[in-house]
Design a binder for this molecule. Structure first.
Ligand SMILES: CC(C)(COP(=O)(O)OP(=O)(O)OC[C@H]1O[C@@H](n2cnc3c(N)ncnc32)[C@H](O)[C@@H]1OP(=O)(O)O)[C@@H](O)C(=O)NCCC(=O)NCCS
Length: 203
């Protein structure tokens, strides 16, 4: 039986919490085909993304490498050894002033939606981004993407803006909601700057 069938069976039997074992870990290059499968489905059917289709393996590999080079978290969720979801942080804007802010994404396999995988992935990504010293997390969510809006609100993200008609997909304009989570105190200095300053003071 495939992992996806197992997830559904367990969920159907109401035993999700006790029996479905979800493990989270950093992604590897070997996970890229599974990530591509998950992502491609959502590009075709979803409201989460605006990628030119189809997406290629090498492009996902390239993007992952760039994120890792910048020390940005990139994690997968596994169910019985099969990748059922993933989440990662990417550069928010290119200018150096924005280097403590990330824009993240999260995707769960179409056959495993609403089984609690996003609920495991998102807080893990938040923790990793915080540990890595990032200050703000931003999600850009399609205004009709109720699952994503609800998931982000569940973990403390606040709606900080609405961009009207910024996307064009499936023949119509779409609005995007900006969702934001501050990982430290709003007015605290970035950790790197704090240590730079104390090094200067003490030096
Ligand atoms: C958004 C997404 C990651 C959520 O992952 P998931 O594993 O299905 O979510 P979970 O089962 O962990 O649900 C956690 C919470 O999210 C919200 N949620 C998830 N699916 C929902 C749905 N269909 N309708 C309303 N709320 C939903 C609920 O608050 C839920 O908590 P609850 O089950 O106690 O009510 C998933 O729907 C997905 O991959 N969507 C396609 C890609 C995408 O849009 N990514 C986000 C781009 S910004």
């Amino acid at each position: 039986m495939s992992c996806f069938a197992t997830c559904r069976d367990v969920a159907g039997a109401g035993m999700l919490d006790s029996r479905m074992s979800i493990a989270l870990r950093p992604s590897t290059d070997d996970d890229v085909p599974a990530m591509l499968e998950i992502y491609s489905y959502h590009i075709h059917h979803g409201i989460g993304d605006f990628e030119p289709e189809p997406m290629h393996l090498d492009e996902i590999k390239r993007r992952r490498k760039v994120m890792l080079k910048r020390r940005m978290p990139h994690i997968v969720a596994e169910c019985n050894g099969v990748v059922v979801g993933y989440a990662f942080a990417a550069q928010f804007r290119k200018r150096p002033a924005y280097r403590y802010t990330i824009e993240h994404s999260i995707y769960v396999h179409k056959d495993c939606l609403r089984l609690g995988i996003g609920r495991r992935l998102l807080p893990a990504l938040i923790r990793e981004c915080s540990d890595a010293g990032f200050h703000q997390m931003i999600a850009v969510v399609d205004s009709t993407n109720l699952p994503s809006l609800a998931l982000h609100e569940l973990f403390g993200f606040q709606r900080s803006g609405l961009l009207r008609s910024v996307g064009f997909k499936f023949g119509h304009w779409t609005d995007s909601v900006l969702m934001q989570l501050c990982l430290g105190s709003e007015d605290g200095l970035p950790r790197a700057c704090v240590s730079d300053e104390s090094a200067t003071r003490n030096g």
